[in-house]
Design a protein around this ligand. Structure first.
Ligand code: AMP
Ligand code: ZN
Length: 116
């Protein structure tokens, strides 16, 4: 899928509305429309990268910035100390449905391991 028909690129462009909670030069975060926890935020790079498999060495600072966002949002939402989950799905077996990488930040409840 090209970035031109990517749902998350459309959110970045403002073509599709989203509840944006965080913005940096390299990353944007917005609330998931189908939340799986009291807080469920998707943190995405401004650069279109389809899957984890497509991350290049030159993208390391961008990908690192997704974790900076997770840390800052978790603090703001009040569950830094209690704990939270930050997860990125890759391709079909993991259930990836939007092919623009996104870090799911989930917090505000107890999680179990292993995940389903
Ligand atoms: P994944 O299955 O890891 O690809 O996650 C995709 C996520 O995007 C799911 O949790 C969806 O609920 C979420 N999602 C899909 N469309 C939107 C949208 N327009 N705004 C916010 N979240 C969305
Ligand atoms: Zn995209």
């Amino acid at each position: 899928m090209s970035k031109h028909d990517c749902l998350f690129c459309k959110i970045l462009n403002g073509d599709i509305p989203a509840d944006i909670v965080y913005e940096s030069p390299t990353a944007v975060a917005f609330r998931d429309i189908n939340p799986q926890a009291p807080t469920h935020v998707l943190i995405i790079p401004r650069k279109h990268i389809s899957t984890i498999n497509d991350i290049e060495v030159a993208d390391h600072a961008i990908v690192g910035s997704l974790y900076d966002a997770a840390r800052d949002i978790a603090k703001k939402e009040g569950f830094s100390g209690e704990g939270y989950r930050a997860v990125m799905n890759c391709n079909k077996a993991a259930g990836q449905t939007v092919f623009h990488i996104h870090l799911h930040l989930l917090g505000g409840r107890q999680f179990t391991w292993p995940p389903g």
